[in-house]
Design a protein around this ligand. Sequence first.
Ligand SMILES: Cc1ncc(COP(=O)(O)O)c(C=O)c1O
Length: 424
Amino acid sequence: MANETGLETLGPKDTTLLGEYSDVHMNVFGTPLRVMDHAQGARIWDVDGNEYLDFLGGIAVNSLGYAHPAWTKALNEQAAKVAHTSNYFATVPQITLAGKLIEKAGAPEGSLVYFGNSGAEANEAAMKLAKLHGRTMDNATGKPARILALTHGFHGRTLGALSITWKPVIREPFEPLLPATEFVTSGDVESLRAAFAASDERGPVAAVIMELIQGEAGVLPVGADFVKEARALCDEHGSLLIIDEVQTGVGRTGAWFAFQRDDLSGGVTPDAITFAKGVAGGFPMGGLIAFGKRNASLFTPGSHGSTFAGNPLGCACGVATIDTIESDHLIENAEERGKQLRGALDSCGNPLITGTRGRGLLNAALLAHPCAHAAANWAMEHGLIVNPVAPGALRMAPPLIISADDVDKAVEVLSAIPDDLPDD
Ligand SMILES: Cc1ncc(COP(=O)(O)O)c(C=O)c1O
């Protein structure tokens, strides 16, 4: 079966199974690219036996790569012990993981964790925290306190998270969404100041929520000066600064969390961060750290919850992920391999690749013309998985264990992508 670039074919098993997939799944993801069978390290094989070097990592999820021995051991041992309890009970991995996350975030005394199951749920929790905070603010307007988010930001697809997710094509069909949510222009301090200045008419600002690198928008840093201004305005107005670290967190950008990189955050400390994706290395898991005793005590019994929140399997995988990142120096690896990748692509000589963007192992190759889908298809046909995150950008988020050799191999494929592919 030829794909739209006219390149290559899908194997026979892939083709049959993808037909069967479409017969039984709602079409929210489009037709998947391949049916995957098994994986190891940074490599994955489809049902026809084709091998791929995975530079997407389940979209920044598979921190340790596939089937890492420490991760599979933790998962198997926990599954044999206790897989689920409900939140009427606690488990040891849950307590351990929360402590490790607080420590790695360098969060101040009194900081506390809430666990959920995904990035969207983590941001739902953060928005509820912001709403509770908003109720404590001076407010003569009689209007609810507002949550400000950034243009081009992505926070998830549940109705609350979607209210603060920018992309009109995914948000607008579900409007009206949450009231008292507003967008300010990413990177534009005047837009941010204007939103705060309107507090006397429109209601106070309960929180500003933002990513430091807008991953879904094409790996776009929002700018340290902008973040510093957001911190200053939040301090002045008593608002919370919430950083969405769902994509950037847990070592991805060459720091435990992106806010710990001064070149992304300007050195500010947030009031809360959300995390998910890479935290449990492939097991569904997300959550929130509220910084400091005051913010951490906004939630009280009954404020929030979820049946699977803090699931012991996810927490055991999280502990194994964090411990391995630490013992195997994977944050340093993310920083070094990221530099290697950007450096090699910047000088690869392919006229299609005009530059790179990113930190650590969250990167984009920028394209001379908007042919990202065809370029990603071409790379896949040549054994490399990258993601056409925007028409002019290929996103790369390989596992943090990626080797220098594998970075070279990826660059070799990307360097050879023809520059006359059709535009998206
Ligand atoms: C920054 C950010 N926040 C939130 C989400 C939503 O996470 P999930 O898909 O786990 O709900 C994503 C997913 O891509 C994300 O990149």
